[in-house]
Write a protein that binds this ligand. Structure first.
Ligand SMILES: [Mg+2]
Length: 295
């Protein structure tokens, strides 16, 4: 297991003192980043950070897992199985999907069942999810929905603002790369990322967000102080923080786009050291100024 393997969630920051908001904004400063230089590279997570196409995925994954656990003949109730599955789904959220399926297999085995390969469950989940989100993808394709309807508010503003500041943009997603590419295209984000779009591949050991970050630093011969990371999952925030970059946690309210941070995400992202928490990019200009000038 190499260092680029995705670690489980580990809280590194127990509690925070008083935080502050940048004036007139929902940009919450949790801890001031250390001495910082003009940012040159930014890594974005995709689902929940920019894209809302896959919003509601746990509602698909949960019953699929309960059904698989039910087949073991366990005497646990559906409610108990749902609580169990929900617990580990949420615990592992942010890692590649396959890890949730590996855990499902462990739980099936623990109940005396003999699970299929994790890939089989991942495919089953994927087929069910596509049935749900196909109408969204289709609506974008035909133009009956606009990209703005399925983007975290202010996404285009932050991406174009960063680009105008000369920051090179990278996308790294735990979703399979081919779908990430399609959905980037559907949302009109392709011009921002160009060829820098990375996602999960069949051999899950060959991809991680950490690998993308390592490559940016290595190929450009820079250190983490010129790196920004944006994400609603702990993996990218943890990775960026460990690399010495500035970590912006996007505690997005995916279902309602209320403009208020999701409290569960906020707490979890602070726990791995997010410097900044935002509910979305509605105050992109204020955030950009802070990232660029520190004020
Ligand atoms: Mg995400």
């Amino acid at each position: 297991m190499n260092s680029a393997h995705e670690l489980d969630y580990q809280r590194r920051v127990a509690a925070t003192g008083a935080t502050r908001f940048l004036p007139g904004s929902t940009v919450e400063i949790i801890s001031e980043a250390g001495p910082r230089r003009h940012p040159r590279y930014a890594v974005f997570d995709f689902d929940g950070t920019l894209s809302l196409i896959r919003e509601g995925w746990p509602e698909i994954m949960l019953p699929m897992m309960v059904a698989a656990l039910r087949e073991t003949g366990t005497s646990e109730t559906d409610a108990q199985l749902a609580e169990l599955a929900n617990g580990f789904i949420m615990e592992l959220t942010g890692k590649q999907t396959i890890y949730q399926m590996i855990r499902l297999c462990d739980e099936i085995r623990r109940r005396g069942g003999s699970p299929e390969d994790p890939v089989v469950y991942k495919q089953r989940y994927h087929d069910l999810l596509m049935a749900r989100i196909n109408s969204r993808r289709e609506a974008l394709r035909t133009g009956s929905a606009s990209a703005a309807d399925m983007l975290v508010p202010g996404s285009v503003e932050i991406l174009s603002g960063l680009q105008q500041c000369g920051v090179e943009l990278y996308l790294a997603s735990g979703t399979d790369e081919q779908y990430v590419r399609e959905e980037v295209e559907l949302l009109g984000l392709q011009p921002f990322f160009g060829r820098h779009v990375y996602g999960a591949v069949d051999d899950y050991r060959k991809f991680s967000k950490q690998m993308v970050i390592d490559r940016i630093l290595r190929e450009n011969q820079v250190d983490g102080s010129v790196l920004l990371g944006f994400g609603d999952g702990y993996v990218e925030i943890d990775n960026i923080r460990q690399a010495g970059g500035t970590a912006i946690g996007v505690a997005s309210d995916e279902a309602h786009r209320s403009g208020r941070p999701d409290p569960w995400k906020r707490d979890r992202l602070i726990g791995v050291g997010a410097h900044i928490i935002i509910p979305d990019f509605q105050h992109a200009a204020i955030l950009l100024r802070y990232l660029r000038d520190g004020v």
